[in-house]
Write a protein that binds this ligand. Structure first.
Ligand code: ADP
Ligand code: MG
Length: 625
């Protein structure tokens, strides 16, 4: 008996109030969504001044006041009726929507879950008011109002416990309301916006403010200073906006703002285009900071795919992706410490250097290596670098002055002025931290002048624009090797080991090996698996046996998902380390190779390779101003 199913329920149409609430659940799920709908309505009505006030996280009150076209008194009841809209009339219109709203349901939805009151006036006509109490539309009433429309929403969700339950704290809901207004304010620079919370003015944007100015009120100065503007059109598409300097990247993902035809959207295609563009310039936990506006013909994008219109669908996703990624890539390349660039630097680069200076402190004599004698490697071994030198030499052996030294030649035997003191024998007296180059130190073809090496780690440069550049030799060399690996791709050059290496494999490593096998062979490893052992008989020529073991262990431990990541790891393992003295010619070679590498401002992990100190930063350091 107990197994019998419960009696079937009759199928009935939902009472209209309930249907309203269900729909409201989609469009208006929290105070911020109501704020967004009301502000969009005001903008659709051509408002140029908007004030948004909230109380208690928007639950007690949301009031939006605008100076837009207003609603004629006899149309007020229609405005709060579901599926009544002035914005589209035919299906054809739906295919080319150019207003924020088009479904005619926001006011009805909000009115079904709150006490809504709307006062509006068109031109010189009398103002009128209408109220909606939990879905019941009241009578029209005369009212007083100068211009435009005021919509007040009180006690939002007070009668919908199911909705209330999902709301977060008052502070959180208030922040969401604020963010909703901020996002729209960034897209509508022509309009002025005031946002008040609990009677307090949180922000006030004048009409016709530049994007940079609005952003500066919303994002921290450290982020805003380095931003680069971009603007590019291709075919009928345009993308423009501001991109944060990778040096200013932070560990928060919420500063990627995308707009499609003025509408704020969350979009996977756009987000991945931005991430791709910043790839190799950010640390793992950092995110791009971008505000990007994409404009394209209305029929190229479907805005009718999401209840809150927060997502769109592009007809040609690929084209959008490519344009956004390439535009950002080019903008970022321009931020780079563009050594070739002339005086026209963006303000961001100056602040970058300023930040570098902020972290600066005088180094102790020990750090500078001038207190005692250091034990330096007698013959520093950086095979990949030596290999690079050999290559370079065979290409331009006839260059005289700048010719590369034989990689095995001791530093002091090279031609030309030796900037760095020879590491062996150790200098009897403390050596100066920086040995200045003679005044006639030759220029590289690209322009920067090499001044010397400091702390056996940094190359000092005078850049063509008169700033001081400090290049991290490890990061720079990593970039060079990475670029070479990239362009060589899977050459698979291999060097047999006299004594094969034996590694024991954990089961997880064995599985990983199966996945990576092809990539490792492409890099030059010859591997034979014998049960839980791995025998390595040949390695890439740039790795010693010890480095090869270290590299393989890291690769098999599973952190490196792609060939690209293997290249990053390999370039890090084989690059010239910090603390290796470089002869002048070696330094020049490295510099030249680095100047030719793409994305040279960062090492493949995204750390900066070059820090610049401009005259302004130097003046600040010396407290001249
Ligand atoms: P939609 O925006 O999709 O048309 P709404 O329910 O948001 O639907 O608004 C219904 C109609 O009310 C709009 O089409 C518009 O004509 C009118 N309206 C709403 N808010 C305003 C406003 N602030 N100023 C002028 N007209 C408005
Ligand atoms: Mg609307």
């Amino acid at each position: 008996m107990n197994d019998l199913p419960p009696p079937a329920r009759a199928i009935r149409p939902l009472p209209s109030e309930l249907a309203d609430q269900i729909a409201a659940g989609e469009v208006v799920e929290r105070p911020a969504s109501a704020v967004k709908e009301l502000v969009e309505n005001a903008l659709d009505a051509g408002a140029t001044r908007l004030t948004v006030e909230i109380e208690h996280g928007g639950q007690a009150l949301i009031r939006v006041t605008d100076n837009g076209a207003g609603i004629a008194a006899d149309e007020l009841p229609l405005a709060v009726t579901r599926h009544a809209t002035s914005k589209i009339a035919t299906f054809h219109d739906l295919l080319r929507v150019n207003s924020f709203g088009f479904r005619g349901e926001a006011l009805a939805s909000i009115g079904s879950v709150s006490l809504l009151r709307m006062v509006s006036r068109v031109g010189h006509a009398e103002a009128a008011a209408i109220a909606v109490e939990h879905g019941r539309i009241g009578p029209l009433a005369p009212a007083a109002l100068g211009q435009g429309t005021v919509v007040e929403v009180r006690d939002l969700f007070a009668a919908v416990p199911a909705r209330l339950k999902f709301l977060k704290s008052e502070a959180t809901e208030a922040r969401r309301c604020q963010e909703a207004v901020e996002r729209m304010a960034l897209a509508r620079l022509d309009a002025g916006f005031v946002f008040k919370n609990g009677g307090r003015t949180v922000f006030r944007f004048a009409p016709d403010q530049p994007l940079q100015g609005r952003l500066a009120a919303l994002w921290p100065p450290a982020v805003c200073e380095g931003m680069l503007s971009f603007d590019r059109s291709r075919d009928s598409m345009r993308v423009h906006g501001l991109a944060g300097s990778p040096q200013k990247a932070q560990g928060r993902a919420d500063r990627m703002l995308f707009y499609v035809n003025g509408r704020a959207v969350q979009d996977r295609v756009l987000a991945s285009a931005a991430r791709e563009a910043y790839k190799g310039r950010l640390l793992a936990r950092e995110y791009p900071q971008v505000v990007a506006f994409i404009e394209l013909p209305a029929e190229e994008v479907d805005v009718n795919v999401h209840p809150a219109k927060a997502e769109v669908r592009f007809r040609d996703e690929q084209a959008v992706f490519r344009l956004v990624r390439q535009t950002l890539l080019d903008a970022l390349e321009a931020t780079g410490p563009a050594l070739y660039a002339d005086a026209g630097r963006s303000p961001g680069e100056a602040s970058t250097a300023a930040d570098a200076v902020a972290g600066w402190r005088p180094r102790t004599p020990t750090e500078l290596g001038i207190a005692g004698q250091r034990s330096l490697p007698v013959s520093p071994r950086f095979p990949a670098y030596a290999e690079y030198l050999r290559d370079a030499e065979s290409h331009d052996a006839a260059e005289g002055e700048a010719a590369a030294p034989h990689p095995d030649a001791p530093a002091q035997a090279q031609r030309g002025p030796v900037i760095h003191e020879p590491p062996v024998p150790p200098p009897p007296s403390p050596r100066p931290a920086v040995v200045a180059a003679p005044a006639d130190a030759p220029q590289l073809s690209a322009g920067p002048r090499y001044l010397g090496q400091i702390a056996d780690t940094y190359l000092l440069l005078e850049l063509p624009d008169g700033t001081l550049g400090i290049l991290d030799q490890h990061a720079a060399h990593e970039r060079v090797l990475y670029a070479a690996m990239r362009s060589r791709g899977r050459s698979g050059q291999s060097q047999p080991l006299a004594l094969p290496l034996d590694l024991s494999l954990h089961p997880a490593q064995a599985a990983r090996l199966d996945e990576l096998r092809e990539e490792l062979a492409a890099l030059g490893f010859a591997l034979a698996r014998e049960g839980q052992r791995l025998r390595v008989t040949a390695v890439p020529p740039s790795l010693s046996a010890g480095e090869a073991r270290e590299y393989l262990e890291a690769a098999l431990s599973g952190q490196n998902a792609s060939l690209e990541e293997l290249w990053v790891l390999m370039s890090c393992k084989t690059a010239l380390k910090a603390g290796v003295p470089l002869a002048r010619d070696e330094a020049l070679r490295l510099l030249e190779a680095w100047l030719a590498a793409p994305d040279r401002s960062y090492c493949p992990h995204g750390r900066p390779a070059l820090v610049r100190l401009g005259p302004a930063e130097l003046e600040r350091l010396f407290k001249r101003r």
